[in-house]
Design a protein around this ligand. Structure first.
Ligand code: GTP
Length: 356
């Protein structure tokens, strides 16, 4: 168990990469394995004994409190601190300072799932007497990320922007431990990026910035491809979450109707009240509440928004279908197609991919 530690979860971003789904709900509230993504993060904190949690909100701030209330249903005490103008990741951390109680602060990006032992992470931060600890993860291709090299003792030596020839495969996993006083040094009243401004500043000041490199599960749920893959990992129990009671090959939520001849696979979730017709195939996808997949349709690695309809024999691959969109029969949408909410597509009309 962890004592004297607050948790801050940053949930104020616009989530532009997941549009159009994030037009109607903030990214951390999108359903994954039957609950808002944020529920998985909060449940992991609860399991580690960290029960005072502050949400740094901005975009659609009210939605969080409407759903989670005071947090008691999840066994935690939730506080909300709203930014009227988005302050960025560093500004968001600084903005919640008055709500903090302890001397140690765990900070999470509200769209990352990190399979680290939180009790051990905080213990290591304290053992080392570090000022800031960053959880680092190794990736096969670090060129798309900022890299964080460390020395033999685990001290961070630099924060490097995206580089075609990276010197390390270690990247920031979006989970930090701060000594409380460091948070008070972040400037107020303007947007600040924790990655690009705060961390380099803290390092330049001579503070002890420790990089906790770990091998376990890590995923950023910020793009459609990562969102469907991460949701599938949760359904199958590959991603760690106490909020997933019974992992399996697929998850069919209350009130959904799935024809016995339909095939669900790859960690697919079928939302509440959704309908899947005869011989339909739904693989590695997230079907939101009330959506309808007609007979013979094929949906792979895609997100189908709430109340959307997919017509008979239509193929949807690697695509995002907005809420209430109505796709006719025998269409093909592939490779990053995005259909905006409430759009209607006539039968057989589309055989390509783009924003619709
Ligand atoms: P994109 O627009 O798709 O990049 O998504 P995003 O807006 O969520 O940005 P990003 O993925 O870089 O944000 C990482 C985490 O920080 C997410 O959990 C965001 O909700 C959160 N975040 C980003 N900007 C802000 C902000 O200005 N204030 C607060 N409180 N949180 C933020």
């Amino acid at each position: 168990m962890v004592t004297g530690t607050d948790a801050v979860i940053l949930v104020g971003g616009l989530g532009t990469r997941l549009r159009p789904l994030t037009l109607s709900a903030p990214k951390p509230m999108l359903p994954t394995a039957g609950v808002p993504f944020l529920t998985h993060v909060i449940s992991r904190l609860r399991a580690a004994g960290i029960t005072h949690i502050v949400l740094g909100t901005s975009f659609q701030a009210e939605v969080f409190e409407e759903h989670f209330g005071d947090g008691s249903e999840l066994g935690v005490e939730l506080e909300y601190v709203v930014e009227t103008e988005p302050l960025g990741t560093g500004g968001g951390i600084r903005n919640v300072a008055d709500a903090l109680r302890g001397d140690t602060v765990l900070v999470f990006n509200g769209d990352n799932l990190v399979g680290v032992d939180l009790v051990e992470l905080v213990a290591e931060h304290k053992r080392r007497n570090a000022d800031v600890t960053l959880c680092l993860t190794r990736v096969d291709d670090p060129r798309a990320f900022g890299c964080v090299p460390t020395d033999d003792e685990g001290r961070v030596t630099a924060f490097l922007e995206k580089d075609p020839n990276p010197v390390t495969d270690q990247i920031n996993a979006g989970l930090y431990v701060f000594r409380r006083e460091i948070i008070d040094t972040i400037p107020t009243g303007r947007p600040v990026s924790v990655e690009r401004e705060t961390f380099p500043d803290v390092l330049a000041s001579g503070a002890y910035v420790y990089g906790h490199v770990r091998e376990g599960y890590w995923r950023d749920f910020g793009t459609p491809a990562d969102f469907v893959a991460g949701s599938a990992d949760l359904v199958r129990g590959i991603a760690p979450s106490p909020a997933v009671a019974a992992p399996g090959e697929s998850l069919v939520l209350d009130g959904a109707e799935v024809d016995p001849s339909a095939r669900l696979s790859g960690g697919t979730t079928i939302g509440r009240g959704a309908i899947v017709g005869a011989d339909a195939v739904v693989d590695g996808s997230v079907v939101f509440d009330g959506a309808r997949i007609a007979a013979g349709a094929v949906v792979r690695r895609s997100i189908v928004g709430a109340g959307a309809s997919i017509g008979e024999g239509t193929v949807v691959e690697d695509s995002v279908i907005g809420d209430r969109a109505d796709l006719g029969a025998r269409l093909e949408l592939r490779s990053g197609a995005r259909v905006w909410p409430d759009v209607t597509l006539a039968d057989g009309a589309i055989r390509f991919s783009s924003d619709l």
